[in-house]
Write a protein that binds this ligand. Structure first.
Ligand code: FES
Length: 589
């Protein structure tokens, strides 16, 4: 029979112990009454006092009918709850915003900070002693970790896990490198409307996140490398029983973390971010991860230094043979042994003393991982997939604040190239003209897109992967240099210069580019130059009209976004959410 031991309003609950139900009481000016009232309401859920005296482990419920990548969240929640209860805690799930790449207008990036604010305030406002953060789809992992870092509540990350692959005519398929590849073939009239329809049914064949080395996979691996996830947690496919065991173990560990008060600031250190950045390079990860890791580090007062990041990249080869830089999929990496195999190869470059959610160090976790076996997915350090710097940081008069290019996923013939600019003023302009048969464009031209940055779009959409104009695609052109202030899906392939900073909408040099200008890209030298004289650029700047304010910019979240959003080199976080910067990553050596 349920018991009421009459402790609801006792002195014990009024200050001596600010954990569990006694934590963060609603402000009535009488703490005893606040606790009494809270318990009265929570008992409507059927809890006993015994249950309510346990450490409370929150579980973020990021399920939504609009988030296919989170289809398995309900069963993960059940497994987390089992783990929490087996360890003597009380699990309480609660909703936070969820974001899916294809169901967020204008882009999920626009809403990432809203999800981070939601997470932070719910963690601060509700009586949780620790939390299992269930995320997966691209922006959800950084948003949850940004919120958790700011609330500084003991937190453990659990991802929904990658999808398994599909199959078409004997060929393995995966979202979304193959989405783009087949769409390109369709645009070039190489496959029929019927066939592209069949492929559409097979690209996302199960619950879980995109199974190539896109942003979701990259952020999962970086989170594990950073120590915010249980060892082995990043690669287990969404549909496997192991995924549920990860969830149960995460729930159990969250109870211990509550008792140990193992808060994010003790794990998300400069050393931990360095480990995550090493892994970002070694997996040939998504360019989006730079923006997200910058924002996450910013919440801890750590600045990501792009030039030091580039230097780190030159020392760290791509080891993982996954699409879009290689051939395999996340289930292959899982079967090869997951992150531990990568960490072993990188061991001499890692901070092995960095603490993880296990309460041990990364080195101790690695020593406890299953032994290695022969596999072909993760290469040896001395025999990499790509020798160094999967992502390069570019500087020059076109990007004084920096721009990036994923050189491991482009036609190397374009790494040094000078060409004529073909300019699109905005996303609508691109959509209207890119396939115009009269568009003046040649294969060695450089496509330039303006007004697709954090403010210009707004929300810095993944529009940097400009389509090859149909008139060229149909002649077999597969890659061209494309430059913009937008982002790109981590699943994409091409000579694509992204995150040009400052963006065109705030008057960056990108805003001054005109049709016919010459642009020089030199990836080995890390340069991006607009070959127009300083005097001419100054004259163009004088003539340039400031971007007109849009009607929608004046109210609600959009107004907050427009007022507070930072540029890509600051992670596109809101200025008021970042503490003072006190240090940088990677550290100066
Ligand atoms: Fe969710 Fe790709 S759309 S991970």
């Amino acid at each position: 029979m349920a018991q009421n031991n009459g402790r609801a309003g006792s002195k014990r609950g009024t200050g001596a112990r600010k954990t569990g139900m006694r934590k963060g009481l609603t402000a009535y000016g009488d703490e005893g009454f606040s606790l009494f009232l809270r318990k009265a309401f929570v008992k409507a859920m059927g809890y006993t006092d015994d249950a309510l005296d346990r450490p409370i482990v929150g579980i973020t419920n990021t399920f939504s009918g609009f988030n296919a990548c989170h289809r398995n969240v309900p069963e993960l929640i059940e497994a987390v709850k089992r783990g929490v209860m087996l360890a003597g805690g009380l699990p309480v799930e609660f909703p936070v915003i969820t974001l899916h790449e294809s169901f967020a207008h204008p882009t999920s990036m626009y809403l990432r900070n809203l999800m981070a604010i939601d997470t932070e305030e719910m963690l601060r406002g509700q009586p949780v002693d620790s939390v299992v953060l269930i995320g997966g789809c691209d922006k959800t992992v950084p948003a949850l970790l940004m919120g958790a870092a700011s609330a500084n509540v003991p937190s453990i990350m659990l991802v929904t896990g990658p999808m398994i692959t599909g199959d078409h005519k004997g060929e393995r398929l995966g979202a979304c490198t193959d989405c783009r590849r087949f769409w390109g073939k369709f645009r070039a009239s190489e496959i029929s409307e019927q066939e592209i329809g069949e492929i559409n049914n097979k690209l996302a064949p199960s619950a879980g996140t995109c199974m190539v080395m896109g942003t979701a996979s990259t952020m999962a691996l970086c989170s594990e490398a950073m120590g915010m996830m249980l060892p082995g947690g990043s690669c287990v496919p969404a549909v496997m029983a192991d995924r549920l065991r990860q969830a149960e173990a995460s729930g159990a560990r969250a109870v211990a973390m509550a008792k140990e008060k193992l808060t994010p600031d003790k794990i998300m250190t400069v050393e931990a971010f360095e480990n995550a950045l090493r892994v970002l390079f070694a997996v040939g990860g998504s360019t989006n991860a730079i923006v997200h890791l910058t924002a996450m580090a910013g919440r801890l007062g750590i600045k990501l230094d792009l030039d030091a990041f580039d230097k780190m990249g030159r020392e760290t080869p791509v080891l993982v043979d996954l699409k879009p830089t290689g051939q395999g999929y996340m289930e292959d990496l899982y079967k090869a042994g997951g992150l531990a195999v990568i960490l072993r190869e990188l061991k001499h470059q890692l901070n092995l003393k960095a603490k993880t959610v296990t309460g041990r160090t990364l080195g101790e976790d690695l020593a406890a991982a299953p032994p290695a076996w022969d596999q072909k997915v993760v290469r040896k350090f001395k025999d990499p997939v790509f020798a160094g710097g999967s992502i390069a940081v570019l500087r020059g008069n076109l990007a004084p604040g920096g721009a990036i290019i994923k050189q491991a996923a482009m036609d190397p013939k374009l790494a040094r190239h000078e060409g004529r600019a073909v300019v699109f003023e905005s996303l609508p302009d691109l959509a209207e003209r890119v396939d115009d048969p009269d568009l003046d464009v040649k294969a060695d031209d450089i496509l330039v897109l303006k007004n697709a940055g954090p403010i210009g779009a707004p929300g810095m959409p993944e529009a940097g992967y400009l389509p090859i104009p149909k008139k060229l695609a149909s002649k077999g052109v597969k890659d061209m240099i494309r430059i913009s202030d937008a982002r790109m899906s981590g699943t994409a392939f091409g000579a694509i210069v992204l995150h040009v900073t400052p963006e065109s909408a705030v008057g960056g040099t990108l805003a001054l580019v005109q049709n016919g200008d010459r642009i020089r890209l030199d990836v080995p030298a890390r340069r991006l130059e607009l070959l127009v004289s300083d005097d001419e650029l100054a004259a163009r700047r004088k003539r340039r009209k400031a971007t007109a304010a849009r009607k929608d910019d004046s109210r609600g979240y959009r107004r907050l976004f427009m007022d507070q959003i930072t540029q890509a080199d600051e992670g596109c976080d809101f200025t008021f959410l970042k503490p003072e910067i006190t240090t940088q990553v990677p550290r100066k050596r």
